[in-house]
Design a protein around this ligand. Structure first.
Ligand SMILES: Nc1ncnc2c1ncn2[C@@H]1O[C@H](COP(=O)(O)OP(=O)(O)O)[C@@H](O)[C@H]1O
Ligand SMILES: [Mg+2]
Length: 324
């Protein structure tokens, strides 16, 4: 890109730039950036351009293995980033997603300087938590909005919540956690996403919810008030505490019935175990079902045919052996 195309700032705004950064390798920069780029394009927030600034080129390899031709892949070099963001914006791109190497270098700092939003994926592990500091410093030094995404979490593990609390001391934590599932790793191998490989799965629902959150953050950052009036602030009630049912409702609304049925199947609670034999309950209400309250059983005396040895002459005094 040698000739800078003219961009009329009144009609063609600069594309928003989301940079994925983390000093820790394997935290999910490439996986989460590729997934969000595809989801953004699918949700109509595109055209989206991807930029891989990691010399390892994992994002480029994923893109080359990809059959679909969106999102676009832009070959750029870091020193030309400002010019190329201009050029991509002039060409109509609305969102630019940049993957970075796991490093703390002046190049990372330079890339972050072009970001509208920085995303820092973190696995819920002490190693990952210890490594966030230097990346957070770079981002805060440049006064850029930062969002942590807890990635590769184990279902119901206590450390997931603890990670979110630890991260919240340094910035915003995305309200959607990505869990550890093989489909995240498997889909990346053949150039797809979890949504493309398994549209009804839980991983796909997490990615749509995560994008919905970023979509809102990005509209606020660009001051898109018209859009914010159409889509008022998401509420804890229906978006954050129960993200999957909302994604399900959206799937149904958009007529994706097979996907909705698959999500419903995945969400079905496990079969209730058969009621235990009431006789085996030590405590319980009259129906023999455990009702959460412990009660002393009524004293029904000694077992049939056995002498009552309590307070009997056979046991005359405390602490004394009684002879048979
Ligand atoms: N949520 C997840 N569940 C399962 N595997 C994951 C998940 N996120 C990432 N991975 C896998 O972990 C490895 C590292 O992820 P990657 O996105 O390449 O990290 P980074 O780009 O930060 O080094 C990859 O093999 C990827 O497939
Ligand atoms: Mg990577």
């Amino acid at each position: 890109m040698t000739q800078l195309p003219d961009r009329d700032p009144d009609t063609t705004p600069l594309a928003q730039v989301v940079v994925f950064a983390s000093q820790k390798g394997g935290s999910g920069k490439t996986t989460v950036s590729a997934h969000l780029a595809v989801e953004a394009e699918r949700a109509g927030a595109g055209p989206v351009a991807l930029i891989d600034t990691d010399p390892q080129g994992s994002m480029a390899k994923w893109w080359n293995a990809r059959a679909a031709d969106t999102p676009a892949f832009a070959h750029i070099s870091v020193p030309d980033l400002a010019r190329d963001i201009e050029a991509l914006s002039a060409a109509g791109y609305k969102l630019i997603v940049i993957d970075t190497p796991p490093a703390i270098t002046s190049a990372i700092s330079e890339i972050v300087s072009h970001a509208d939003l920085v995303v820092l994926p973190t696995r819920p592990s002490p190693h990952d938590l210890r490594a966030v500091g230097p990346t957070v410093d770079i981002v805060q030094h440049q006064n850029k909005p930062l969002v942590f995404v807890v990635n590769s979490a184990t279902a119901r593990a206590r450390i997931t919540g603890e990670t979110a609390i630890a991260l919240s001391q340094h910035g915003t934590v995305a309200p959607v956690t990505l869990h550890h599932r093989v489909d995240f790793a498997a889909s990346m191998i053949d150039g797809r996403t979890v949504g493309e490989a398994n549209p009804g799965g839980r991983s796909a629902a997490e990615i749509s919810q995560l994008w919905a959150y970023f979509d809102e953050r990005l509209s606020r950052l660009r001051g898109d008030t018209a859009r914010l009036i159409d889509h008022p602030l998401t509420t804890f009630d229906d978006d954050i505490l129960t993200p999957v049912p909302k994604a399900l409702a959206q799937l149904k609304q958009s007529g994706e019935r097979a996907a909705a049925a698959a999500v419903e199947h995945a969400l079905k609670p496990p079969e209730t175990p058969p009621a235990a034999d009431p006789g085996s309950h030590r405590f319980g209400d009259v129906t023999g079902q455990w009702d959460g309250v412990e009660r002393r059983r009524e004293d029904t005396g000694p077992p049939p045919g056995k002498p009552d040895r309590r307070a009997s002459a056979a046991r005359p005094a405390f602490g004394k052996r009684f002879s048979a």
